[in-house]
Design a protein. Structure first.
Length: 335
């Protein structure tokens, strides 16, 4: 009797031990199954720019490769812009040129003769509309400044000609200077800010010969804030962006801000995030270094832990990296 009982207990223990081992193996197998497969190593191709081969260069000018949350962040741009309009009221809309797209939104300060910040949005020169980039307006309005957001044509509407796009933006800034008083702005306190391809266009604006090209004061723009921009088009011309921008030698030279630093006659702030592509980080560093060598007033900012799209959101807060810098540049107090 005791022998039979001991036998049954031993058999039960063996069964439970085997079952437990099976559960552990199954759990381990499930855990192993959840580990993502490692990408197959890719043979590096011929160098195209610096140490980058063609794929690496193309990726370095494609933000989605380094910012997988792009749809979520740019979706917040639009949502938060709607919320801003609900709080501030709709902006005043002005036309700065004859084309339907040549308009700008003015979020007006609540005091007369206020400084003006003109913002140029990004979108790889191909997209973006002013109404989706309005959410920083509350920062400026509460601090006593006008916030102006430009609409302009995508480069494909000009057949890939960035020169026409840059000229459109320059005309818009000239219009703001000439008409600032009509919406309570002070033309002598005009600032320009831009993000991504808008920062590239903003850089072009900052080195414009205002006196020669527009019969305006040489110091039409009193300061610039350029975030995550491009300042030399040579590597961009070698990248996949050349599939929709019809680069020429003239365009590359004329629209590479870094090659015209001698015409930069106002303080400029440049910024990038540590999670941006290596080329966007290098472009910002090299531009700032060249400006310093030329004796130009430049300030460099680095946003730790921010990617290309997230960094723009810091412009909406007086405590954010860009928001604080913009207010300090315009000599405005935090709201």
């Amino acid at each position: 009797m005791r022998r039979d009982t001991a036998s049954r207990v031993g058999a039960r223990r063996k069964f439970l031990g085997a079952a437990s081992a099976g559960v552990m193996l199954a759990a381990a197998g499930s855990a192993f199954a959840q580990v993502p497969a490692q990408p197959t190593p890719r043979a590096k191709g011929p160098r195209v720019w610096l140490d980058l081969d063609q794929k690496e260069l193309d990726d370095a000018y494609d933000q989605s490769v380094y910012a997988p949350n792009q749809p979520q962040v740019t979706g917040r741009y639009a949502t938060n812009s709607e919320i801003t309009r609900a709080r501030l009221g709709p902006p005043r809309r002005f036309a700065y040129g004859p084309a339907p797209v040549e308009g700008l939104d003015v979020f007006a300060a609540r005091r007369p003769n206020a400084p003006v910040n003109v913002f140029l949005h990004g979108g790889a020169w191909r997209g973006g509309i002013a109404k989706n980039y309005a959410f920083p307006a509350e920062l400026f309005v509460n601090a006593g400044a006008h916030f102006v957001v430009l609409d302009f044509s995508p480069v494909q509407d000009f057949g890939g000609n960035l020169m026409a796009m840059a000229e459109q933006v320059r005309r818009a800034v000239a219009w703001v200077y000439r008409n600032a008083k009509s919406f309570g702005g002070d033309p002598d306190r005009l600032y320009v800010s831009g993000h991504s391809s808008g920062a590239h266009l903003g850089g072009v604006v900052l080195v414009t010969d205002w006196k020669k090209d527009f019969n305006l004061p040489a110091d039409t723009v009193k300061g610039g804030l350029l975030c995550s921009g491009i300042y030399d088009l040579k590597p961009v011309r070698l990248s996949a962006r050349s599939s929709y921008v019809k680069f020429t030698d003239e365009m590359e030279s004329a629209l590479s801000t870094q090659r015209h630093i001698e015409r930069l006659n106002c303080p400029v702030i440049v910024a990038h995030g540590t999670l941006e592509t290596p080329e966007f980080q290098r472009q910002t560093r090299d531009f700032a270094a060249a400006a310093r060598v030329a004796g130009k007033p430049v300030q460099s900012l680095v946003a730790q832990g921010y990617n290309h799209f997230e960094i723009y959101e810091t412009l909406a807060s007086p405590y954010g990296l860009l928001g604080r810098a913009a207010l300090e540049q315009m000599k405005l107090a935090q709201s």
